[in-house]
Design a protein around this ligand. Sequence first.
Ligand SMILES: Cc1ncc(C[n+]2csc(CCOP(=O)(O)OP(=O)(O)O)c2C)c(N)n1
Ligand SMILES: [Mg+2]
Length: 274
Amino acid sequence: MTKKNAVELREVAKKIRVEIIKMLHCSQSGHTGGSLSAADIMSCLYFNEMNIDPKNPKMQGRDKFVLSKGHACPVLYATLAEAGYFEKEKLSTLRKLGSTLQGHPDMLLTPGVEMSTGSLGQGLSAANGMAMAAKLDDSDSRTYVLMGDGEQQEGQIWEAAMTAHHYKLDNICAFVDHNGLQIDGEVESIMGIEPLTDKWKAFGWHTIEIDGHDVEQILGAIKEARDTKGKPTVIIAKTVKGHGFTFCAGKVGYHGKAPTDQDIEEGLKEINKS
Ligand SMILES: Cc1ncc(C[n+]2csc(CCOP(=O)(O)OP(=O)(O)O)c2C)c(N)n1
Ligand SMILES: [Mg+2]
Protein backbone atom coordinates (compact mmCIF):
# COMPACT_ATOMS: atom_id res chain seq x y z
CA MET A 1 0.00 0.00 0.00
CA THR A 2 1.15 3.55 -0.62
CA LYS A 3 2.18 5.36 2.55
CA LYS A 4 -0.04 8.23 3.66
CA ASN A 5 1.45 11.43 5.08
CA ALA A 6 0.63 12.96 8.46
CA VAL A 7 -2.23 15.11 7.16
CA GLU A 8 -3.82 12.10 5.44
CA LEU A 9 -3.29 9.89 8.49
CA ARG A 10 -5.19 12.38 10.66
CA GLU A 11 -8.04 12.31 8.15
CA VAL A 12 -8.05 8.50 8.13
CA ALA A 13 -8.13 8.46 11.95
CA LYS A 14 -11.16 10.77 11.81
CA LYS A 15 -12.90 8.43 9.36
CA ILE A 16 -12.11 5.47 11.60
CA ARG A 17 -13.63 7.34 14.59
CA VAL A 18 -16.80 8.09 12.65
CA GLU A 19 -17.17 4.43 11.64
CA ILE A 20 -16.57 3.34 15.24
CA ILE A 21 -19.41 5.39 16.67
CA LYS A 22 -21.70 4.53 13.75
CA MET A 23 -21.20 0.79 14.09
CA LEU A 24 -21.55 0.85 17.87
CA HIS A 25 -24.69 2.94 17.56
CA CYS A 26 -26.06 0.31 15.16
CA SER A 27 -25.23 -2.63 17.43
CA GLN A 28 -26.18 -0.80 20.63
CA SER A 29 -23.52 -2.79 22.42
CA GLY A 30 -19.73 -2.87 22.49
CA HIS A 31 -16.76 -0.84 23.60
CA THR A 32 -16.68 2.82 22.62
CA GLY A 33 -13.96 4.47 24.75
CA GLY A 34 -11.07 2.05 24.20
CA SER A 35 -11.77 1.85 20.47
CA LEU A 36 -11.63 5.62 20.02
CA SER A 37 -8.43 6.07 22.04
CA ALA A 38 -6.52 3.83 19.61
CA ALA A 39 -7.66 5.31 16.27
CA ASP A 40 -4.55 7.43 15.62
CA ILE A 41 -2.19 4.53 16.35
CA MET A 42 -4.16 2.24 14.03
CA SER A 43 -4.17 4.84 11.26
CA CYS A 44 -0.36 5.17 11.43
CA LEU A 45 0.23 1.41 11.53
CA TYR A 46 -2.06 0.39 8.69
CA PHE A 47 -1.68 3.42 6.40
CA ASN A 48 1.98 4.26 6.79
CA GLU A 49 3.99 1.55 8.45
CA MET A 50 2.85 -2.00 7.92
CA ASN A 51 3.79 -4.13 4.94
CA ILE A 52 0.36 -5.57 4.10
CA ASP A 53 -1.88 -6.26 1.14
CA PRO A 54 -5.59 -6.03 1.99
CA LYS A 55 -6.41 -7.87 -1.25
CA ASN A 56 -4.13 -10.71 -0.16
CA PRO A 57 -4.55 -10.87 3.63
CA LYS A 58 -2.32 -13.95 3.96
CA MET A 59 0.55 -12.50 1.88
CA GLN A 60 3.84 -14.25 2.66
CA GLY A 61 6.18 -12.11 4.77
CA ARG A 62 3.50 -9.56 5.71
CA ASP A 63 3.65 -7.60 8.94
CA LYS A 64 1.25 -8.74 11.65
CA PHE A 65 -0.95 -6.87 14.10
CA VAL A 66 -2.43 -8.37 17.28
CA LEU A 67 -5.16 -6.47 19.13
CA SER A 68 -4.46 -7.78 22.62
CA LYS A 69 -7.22 -5.57 24.04
CA GLY A 70 -9.70 -7.46 21.87
CA HIS A 71 -12.77 -5.68 23.26
CA ALA A 72 -11.65 -2.62 21.23
CA CYS A 73 -12.28 -4.50 17.96
CA PRO A 74 -14.46 -1.73 16.47
CA VAL A 75 -11.23 0.21 15.86
CA LEU A 76 -9.69 -2.83 14.18
CA TYR A 77 -12.76 -3.53 12.04
CA ALA A 78 -13.06 0.13 10.98
CA THR A 79 -9.35 0.18 10.10
CA LEU A 80 -9.53 -3.07 8.12
CA ALA A 81 -12.59 -1.84 6.21
CA GLU A 82 -10.92 1.51 5.45
CA ALA A 83 -7.85 -0.38 4.19
CA GLY A 84 -10.01 -2.53 1.92
CA TYR A 85 -9.97 -5.96 3.59
CA PHE A 86 -13.78 -6.01 3.33
CA GLU A 87 -16.64 -3.65 2.41
CA LYS A 88 -17.51 -0.81 4.79
CA GLU A 89 -21.19 -1.82 4.65
CA LYS A 90 -20.28 -4.87 6.74
CA LEU A 91 -19.48 -2.62 9.72
CA SER A 92 -23.18 -2.17 10.46
CA THR A 93 -23.40 -5.92 11.19
CA LEU A 94 -21.17 -5.61 14.26
CA ARG A 95 -22.15 -8.14 16.95
CA LYS A 96 -25.10 -9.47 14.90
CA LEU A 97 -25.76 -13.20 14.84
CA GLY A 98 -23.92 -14.74 11.88
CA SER A 99 -21.82 -11.63 11.19
CA THR A 100 -18.10 -11.96 10.51
CA LEU A 101 -17.62 -9.01 12.87
CA GLN A 102 -18.19 -10.41 16.33
CA GLY A 103 -17.80 -8.66 19.69
CA HIS A 104 -14.20 -9.81 19.92
CA PRO A 105 -11.83 -10.47 16.99
CA ASP A 106 -11.98 -13.93 15.40
CA MET A 107 -9.10 -14.88 13.10
CA LEU A 108 -11.21 -17.61 11.50
CA LEU A 109 -14.02 -15.22 10.55
CA THR A 110 -12.54 -11.86 9.60
CA PRO A 111 -9.99 -11.21 6.84
CA GLY A 112 -7.01 -9.32 8.25
CA VAL A 113 -7.49 -10.46 11.85
CA GLU A 114 -4.26 -12.30 12.73
CA MET A 115 -5.20 -13.51 16.22
CA SER A 116 -8.42 -14.21 18.10
CA THR A 117 -8.36 -12.14 21.27
CA GLY A 118 -10.63 -10.89 24.04
CA SER A 119 -9.27 -12.60 27.09
CA LEU A 120 -6.94 -9.84 28.25
CA GLY A 121 -3.23 -10.51 28.70
CA GLN A 122 -2.69 -13.02 25.90
CA GLY A 123 -1.84 -10.96 22.82
CA LEU A 124 1.84 -10.41 23.49
CA SER A 125 2.40 -14.16 23.95
CA ALA A 126 0.82 -14.79 20.53
CA ALA A 127 2.92 -12.00 19.02
CA ASN A 128 6.06 -13.60 20.46
CA GLY A 129 5.25 -16.76 18.54
CA MET A 130 4.77 -14.81 15.30
CA ALA A 131 8.02 -12.90 15.84
CA MET A 132 9.97 -16.09 16.61
CA ALA A 133 8.55 -17.74 13.50
CA ALA A 134 9.67 -14.74 11.41
CA LYS A 135 13.20 -15.05 12.80
CA LEU A 136 13.26 -18.78 12.01
CA ASP A 137 12.10 -18.02 8.47
CA ASP A 138 14.71 -15.28 8.10
CA SER A 139 11.82 -12.96 7.25
CA ASP A 140 11.67 -9.17 7.67
CA SER A 141 8.10 -9.45 8.93
CA ARG A 142 7.43 -7.30 11.99
CA THR A 143 4.76 -7.88 14.61
CA TYR A 144 2.77 -5.09 16.26
CA VAL A 145 0.69 -5.52 19.41
CA LEU A 146 -1.74 -3.15 21.10
CA MET A 147 -2.43 -3.63 24.80
CA GLY A 148 -4.56 -1.67 27.27
CA ASP A 149 -3.24 -0.02 30.41
CA GLY A 150 -5.69 -1.87 32.64
CA GLU A 151 -4.55 -4.97 30.79
CA GLN A 152 -1.05 -4.40 32.19
CA GLN A 153 -2.39 -5.91 35.42
CA GLU A 154 -2.42 -9.35 33.77
CA GLY A 155 0.49 -11.56 34.89
CA GLN A 156 0.84 -13.25 31.49
CA ILE A 157 1.98 -9.96 29.96
CA TRP A 158 5.07 -9.98 32.15
CA GLU A 159 5.89 -13.59 31.30
CA ALA A 160 5.66 -12.61 27.65
CA ALA A 161 7.74 -9.47 28.25
CA MET A 162 10.48 -11.64 29.76
CA THR A 163 10.31 -14.05 26.83
CA ALA A 164 10.52 -11.36 24.13
CA HIS A 165 13.62 -9.93 25.80
CA HIS A 166 15.23 -13.35 26.29
CA TYR A 167 14.82 -14.21 22.61
CA LYS A 168 15.88 -10.70 21.52
CA LEU A 169 12.68 -10.20 19.55
CA ASP A 170 13.56 -6.83 18.04
CA ASN A 171 10.92 -7.51 15.39
CA ILE A 172 8.19 -6.85 17.99
CA CYS A 173 6.80 -3.39 18.61
CA ALA A 174 4.19 -3.22 21.36
CA PHE A 175 1.92 -0.30 22.20
CA VAL A 176 0.24 0.42 25.51
CA ASP A 177 -2.89 2.52 25.02
CA HIS A 178 -2.36 4.47 28.23
CA ASN A 179 -5.79 6.08 28.60
CA GLY A 180 -5.81 5.90 32.40
CA LEU A 181 -9.16 4.12 32.62
CA GLN A 182 -10.30 0.52 32.75
CA ILE A 183 -13.75 -1.03 33.08
CA ASP A 184 -14.51 0.10 36.63
CA GLY A 185 -12.60 3.35 36.96
CA GLU A 186 -9.10 4.77 37.07
CA VAL A 187 -6.32 2.23 36.54
CA GLU A 188 -4.20 3.79 39.27
CA SER A 189 -6.94 3.51 41.89
CA ILE A 190 -7.95 -0.07 41.00
CA MET A 191 -4.51 -1.71 40.68
CA GLY A 192 -1.71 0.77 40.10
CA ILE A 193 0.65 -0.01 37.22
CA GLU A 194 3.09 2.91 37.60
CA PRO A 195 5.94 3.42 37.07
CA LEU A 196 5.01 1.59 33.89
CA THR A 197 7.91 2.68 31.70
CA ASP A 198 10.43 1.64 34.37
CA LYS A 199 8.77 -1.77 34.62
CA TRP A 200 9.16 -2.41 30.88
CA LYS A 201 12.75 -1.13 31.07
CA ALA A 202 13.46 -3.52 33.91
CA PHE A 203 12.22 -6.35 31.69
CA GLY A 204 14.87 -5.38 29.12
CA TRP A 205 12.69 -3.53 26.61
CA HIS A 206 13.48 -0.36 24.73
CA THR A 207 10.83 2.13 25.87
CA ILE A 208 9.38 5.24 24.23
CA GLU A 209 6.77 7.58 25.70
CA ILE A 210 4.54 9.55 23.34
CA ASP A 211 1.26 11.40 22.97
CA GLY A 212 -0.84 8.68 21.34
CA HIS A 213 -2.97 11.19 19.43
CA ASP A 214 -0.01 12.96 17.80
CA VAL A 215 0.53 11.36 14.42
CA GLU A 216 4.10 12.69 14.04
CA GLN A 217 5.08 11.30 17.45
CA ILE A 218 3.50 7.93 16.64
CA LEU A 219 5.37 7.69 13.32
CA GLY A 220 8.64 8.73 14.98
CA ALA A 221 8.26 6.11 17.69
CA ILE A 222 7.47 3.35 15.19
CA LYS A 223 10.61 4.27 13.24
CA GLU A 224 12.71 4.30 16.41
CA ALA A 225 11.35 0.83 17.22
CA ARG A 226 12.30 -0.42 13.76
CA ASP A 227 15.82 0.96 14.20
CA THR A 228 16.27 -0.61 17.65
CA LYS A 229 18.24 -3.82 17.35
CA GLY A 230 18.66 -6.69 19.82
CA LYS A 231 15.64 -5.97 22.00
CA PRO A 232 11.89 -5.44 21.63
CA THR A 233 10.33 -1.98 21.89
CA VAL A 234 7.28 -0.81 23.79
CA ILE A 235 5.61 2.51 23.01
CA ILE A 236 3.68 3.88 25.97
CA ALA A 237 1.10 6.08 24.28
CA LYS A 238 -0.70 8.60 26.48
CA THR A 239 -4.25 8.80 25.21
CA VAL A 240 -7.73 9.92 26.19
CA LYS A 241 -10.36 7.20 26.38
CA GLY A 242 -13.18 8.17 24.02
CA HIS A 243 -10.95 10.72 22.24
CA GLY A 244 -12.64 12.77 19.52
CA PHE A 245 -16.15 13.17 20.95
CA THR A 246 -17.26 15.24 23.94
CA PHE A 247 -20.06 12.79 24.77
CA CYS A 248 -17.56 10.10 25.78
CA ALA A 249 -14.05 11.62 26.08
CA GLY A 250 -12.49 10.75 29.43
CA LYS A 251 -15.72 9.16 30.69
CA VAL A 252 -15.35 5.76 32.29
CA GLY A 253 -19.07 5.10 31.74
CA TYR A 254 -18.39 4.79 28.01
CA HIS A 255 -16.02 1.83 28.41
CA GLY A 256 -18.69 -0.63 27.36
CA LYS A 257 -21.60 1.63 26.46
CA ALA A 258 -22.71 2.33 22.90
CA PRO A 259 -23.55 5.86 21.71
CA THR A 260 -27.20 6.89 22.12
CA ASP A 261 -29.23 8.61 19.35
CA GLN A 262 -28.34 11.98 20.85
CA ASP A 263 -24.65 11.04 21.17
CA ILE A 264 -24.36 10.08 17.53
CA GLU A 265 -26.13 13.24 16.40
CA GLU A 266 -23.87 15.47 18.50
CA GLY A 267 -20.77 13.40 17.72
CA LEU A 268 -21.14 13.59 13.93
CA LYS A 269 -21.74 17.34 14.11
CA GLU A 270 -18.68 17.79 16.31
CA ILE A 271 -16.31 15.78 14.11
CA ASN A 272 -17.51 17.50 10.93
CA LYS A 273 -16.56 20.83 12.50
CA SER A 274 -13.08 19.67 13.60
C1 LIG B 1 -8.94 -11.90 31.34
C2 LIG B 1 -10.00 -10.87 31.22
N1 LIG B 1 -10.55 -10.36 32.35
C3 LIG B 1 -11.55 -9.45 32.27
C4 LIG B 1 -12.02 -9.04 31.06
C5 LIG B 1 -13.18 -8.03 30.97
N2 LIG B 1 -12.71 -6.74 30.51
C6 LIG B 1 -12.92 -6.33 29.25
S1 LIG B 1 -12.28 -4.82 28.92
C7 LIG B 1 -11.70 -4.68 30.52
C8 LIG B 1 -10.94 -3.45 30.96
C9 LIG B 1 -9.72 -3.23 30.15
O1 LIG B 1 -9.11 -2.00 30.44
P1 LIG B 1 -7.96 -1.47 29.55
O2 LIG B 1 -6.96 -2.55 29.33
O3 LIG B 1 -7.44 -0.25 30.19
O4 LIG B 1 -8.66 -1.20 28.16
P2 LIG B 1 -9.20 0.17 27.51
O5 LIG B 1 -9.19 1.22 28.56
O6 LIG B 1 -8.24 0.48 26.42
O7 LIG B 1 -10.57 -0.14 27.00
C10 LIG B 1 -12.02 -5.81 31.26
C11 LIG B 1 -11.67 -6.00 32.67
C12 LIG B 1 -11.44 -9.62 29.90
N3 LIG B 1 -11.83 -9.28 28.67
N4 LIG B 1 -10.43 -10.51 30.02
MG1 LIG C 1 -7.43 1.74 29.68
